[in-house]
Write a protein that binds this ligand. Structure first.
Ligand SMILES: [Zn+2]
Length: 429
């Protein structure tokens, strides 16, 4: 045993197994989780309490799970390999947000936001004193500025649909954005209520379906905050962020769920990238009219069923009797996954409430699930913007027509059963 790297083994002991002191945090009688309980929904961050989910000192923890979502596993590999000290404390010099976001009235409403920490970008500011006392508090949100270059946007500039104004769109077509990376922080009673289940049922399902990864879910009902091992959210803000909360200025929003195959690699089986770029164009146009635009990008690949399931479904669709057709679009997903969709849009509006959104003038999505979730959360939607027909790739007709028939927004009549049976996709070649 022993990897010979800088793990602190002294000469002659390199092959001896390392003795470790394991601190179990699953029961209050043992030494872990004595951290101050979190008072979710308090407007004063000190009254709310800092969320301590780091593993450097179990005594300070007041949350289940830990930071970085699924990337915590890579951190574990780095510690196991000896390239990262388990007790490393970050140096946060110069990491503060590039713009101030909030506080907004929604931050003080324990029901408006249940799946992220509204103070997540501000921990270095609001918990400075606690951090100076040695409590290891980490940001769960980071805000920075970027220039975006996408071939479709450059083409839109060339065709005159997008104007270079020198501020939002730079000469040459660069789009200037502010972007925020948001890690999930779940207040379990709030998440349970949002989904209409009991907190007990939610905790047991989370415990069992992660293979028992987080025992505190079922042993520490006094600990209410959970950092789940899932992907993060990125919010892209176009234009002046002050317009987001100004009722006199327009706001365009697209909520987009990750589709790596289309978003990055340009697959033609769905409308994801074309609709995403159309959303950006809407954001730019609205920002240039004195408003703002927001694209929210969720890591919910394959309707949050994952890419392996998604590709299995693609094969099942293409190989079924009669080929890939719109009338069997959802059925094939259900055959493989047992369910059509696990994105749970009920939690999605939280990021909009974090940004202070109360009204969306142009909602660039046809999803009835997203629309209903946003409206139910108390945000008004003035107009829904469908994907322009000429942006739908030929092989994506199956998806878009099936979705329209299932209740997605459409400016024309939804297709009938007979119409759907006519919509066919390409063979698997
Ligand atoms: Zn897609």
């Amino acid at each position: 045993m022993g990897n010979g790297s800088a793990t602190g083994n002294v000469a002659g002991q390199a092959d001896a197994p390392k003795r470790r002191h394991i601190v179990l945090t699953s029961h209050p009688s043992r030494s872990g989780l004595k951290g101050r309980p979190v008072q979710w929904g308090q407007v004063d961050p000190l009254a709310r309490g800092a969320i301590v989910a780091t593993v450097t000192d179990p005594n300070h923890r007041n949350a289940i799970g830990t930071h970085s979502g699924s990337y915590a596993v890579y951190r574990a590999l780095a510690v196991a390999s000896g390239v990262l000290q388990a007790d490393h404390r970050p140096d946060f010099t110069n990491t503060a947000p590039t713009i101030a976001i909030g506080p907004h009235p929604s931050w003080a409403d324990p029901e408006k936001i249940v799946s992220l920490d509204p103070f997540g970008a501000l921990v270095g500011e609001v918990y400075q004193e606690l951090m100076a006392q040695g409590i290891d508090i980490r940001p769960t949100i980071a805000v920075t500025r970027a220039h975006i270059q996408m071939p479709e946007l450059l083409e839109a500039v060339r065709q005159g649909r997008i104007k270079e104004d020198g501020v939002i769109v730079k000469p040459g077509g660069d789009l200037v954005v502010t972007k925020a990376a948001v890690e999930p922080v779940w207040y379990l009673p709030g998440v349970a209520e949002r989904l209409g289940v009991s907190e007990d049922d939610l905790r047991y399902a989370l415990f069992e379906q992660t293979g028992g990864m987080f025992p505190e879910l079922v042993t520490r009902f006094d600990v209410k905050v959970f950092l789940p091992p899932i992907g993060s959210i990125t919010a892209y803000i176009v234009g002046d962020q002050a317009a987001i909360t100004d009722p006199e200025r327009p706001l365009a929003v697209r909520v987009h769920d990750e589709c790596n195959g289309s978003d990055v690699f340009g697959s033609d089986i769905c409308t994801c990238r074309p609709y995403l770029v159309h959303g950006l164009e809407e954001c730019i146009a609205t920002a240039q009219q004195g408003g703002a635009g927001i694209i929210v990008y969720f890591r919910k690949e394959g309707r949050a069923l994952g890419e392996v399931t998604k590709f299995l479904v693609y094969n099942a669709r293409k190989r079924q009797e009669g080929g890939d057709r719109a009338d069997a679009y959802f059925a094939r997903t259900e055959c493989v996954a047992g369910v059509q969709d696990v994105r749970f849009q009920e939690l999605m509006p939280d990021v909009l409430h974090w940004l202070g959104v109360t009204r969306i003038d142009r909602f660039v999505s046809m999803s009835d699930m997203k629309y209903n979730a946003i409206v139910r959360s108390g945000i008004d939607i003035v107009k829904r913007v469908a994907i322009p027909d000429d942006l739908v790739p030929p092989d994506a007709r199956v998806e878009i027509e099936a979705k329209k028939a299932a209740g997605y927004y459409t400016e024309t009549a939804a297709p009938t059963e007979t119409d759907l049976a006519q919509v066919k996709g390409r063979d698997l070649i």
